[in-house]
Design a protein around this ligand. Structure first.
Ligand code: ASN
Ligand code: ZN
Length: 355
């Protein structure tokens, strides 16, 4: 039975005042949107209050409710304060805005419904644990948990939400094993998804394409208290840990570092590279003339990548296999000798994979 979805006002922490879909239920409003997904634990996309339940064995709690349809105060949640007053609701506003945009980017641009492609409704539980410096996807609930942070601000920026929920797409499709090179590709897929949702949301969250601009190619810029993001996709080594190119030893790195080369590949595929050796956008593996490559833009790059991850990769896909399958995707979408297919070859060459 269809619920009555109404548009409420959310005072978010990172995106100003945002329109959020809620449901009027009796005399109160709920953070439930049955227009985005079917079934699931709550019968629609929902945001719940984990209310400091331990991250080791989290209880998602129940759906956020409110007497009015204006939510949040736009400020960082004060640890120890109420999770249900306006300050406590802010993390839920962040979550709903990020999740609505993740759902819409996947559906409107890629024709992919929810995380599993079958439109199973998902949810996010805010305020997990206490002063918790992480956010994580859990495939057993096809849901995500957001910590309030201690070293970070509340971990509910759009790119973090897009990242975590993209783990759900991978879990339902390629199921890339979360270690070695396949683990790096799993992480990279989530960073790519996070940035593409960010671009989609920043352009207003409508339309059938991923916008050409709008994302910053850095993960977690907003949640950082230091001004340093978690990861730089265009030059991963700026974090002091991640490699910029593939080598036979990246499989030994943590998956959040072995993701780096593929992140850089995707940046080059979308945005192109520089021929200036002093530039962050220069690759020493593209020194042959021409020394730089032209990108195909966010929309085409994401279509090519997403098709490969959801229909061609297997759980053991490594960098070499990814190159072959991303190239096949580009050839199927745009033609065998297309500029898009050539861009894939060059983007992988730029990270030392393939010719
Ligand atoms: N936020 C982290 C991630 O999605 C959690 C983890 O390390 N599994 O990668
Ligand atoms: Zn991840």
């Amino acid at each position: 039975q269809a619920l009555k979805t109404v548009v409420g006002t959310g005072n978010s922490q990172y995106n100003g005042v945002v329109p959020i879909n809620t449901t009027l239920s009796g005399a109160s409003y709920q953070m439930l949107d049955d227009s985005r997904g079917v079934g699931g634990k709550f019968g629609g996309m929902a945001i719940t209050n984990a209310d400091h339940s331990s991250a080791n064995n989290p209880d998602p709690g129940s759906i956020y409710t409110n007497s009015g349809n204006t939510w949040g105060d736009g400020k960082q949640y004060i640890n120890g304060g109420s999770t249900t007053n306006a300050n406590g609701q802010t993390a839920a506003v962040n979550a709903l805005w990020g999740l609505m945009n993740t759902y819409d980017a996947n559906k409107n641009a890629l024709g992919w419904h929810s995380l599993d492609g079958n439109n199973t409704a998902t949810y996010i539980a805010a305020h997990v644990d206490t002063s918790y410096d992480n956010a994580f996807y859990d495939d057993s609930c096809k849901c995500m948990y957001i910590g309030d942070g201690n070293s970070f601000y509340s971990l509910g920026s759009i790119d973090v939400i897009g990242h975590e929920m993209s783990h759900g797409v991978t879990a339902s499709t390629s199921d890339l094993t979360y270690s070695g090179e396949s683990g790096g590709l799993n992480e990279s897929n989530s960073d790519i998804g996070g940035e593409m949702v960010e671009a989609y949301a920043r352009a207003g969250g409508t339309g059938a394409v991923i916008p050409a601009t709008g994302n910053d190619w850095m993960m977690g810029t907003e949640i950082s208290k230091t001004g340093q993001p978690l990861r730089w996709m265009y030059k991963p080594s700026k974090d002091g840990q991640s490699p910029d190119a593939w080598s036979s030893t990246i499989k030994y790195l943590d998956v959040h570092y072995s993701s780096g080369p593929n992140n850089r590949m995707f940046y080059f595929l979308s945005q192109g590279s520089s021929s200036d050796p002093a530039s962050d956008y220069y690759s020493k593996y593209l020194v042959k003339s021409p020394a730089a490559m032209t990108g195909v833009g966010n929309d085409k790059a994401y279509r090519i990548w997403f098709k490969a991850n959801t229909t061609k990769f297997t759980s053991s896909t490594n960098y070499a296999d990814a190159r072959a399958k991303v190239l096949a995707s580009a050839q199927e979408l745009y033609g065998a000798g297309s500029k898009e297919a050539i861009a894939v070859q060059r983007a992988y060459a730029a990270i030392n994979v393939g010719a």
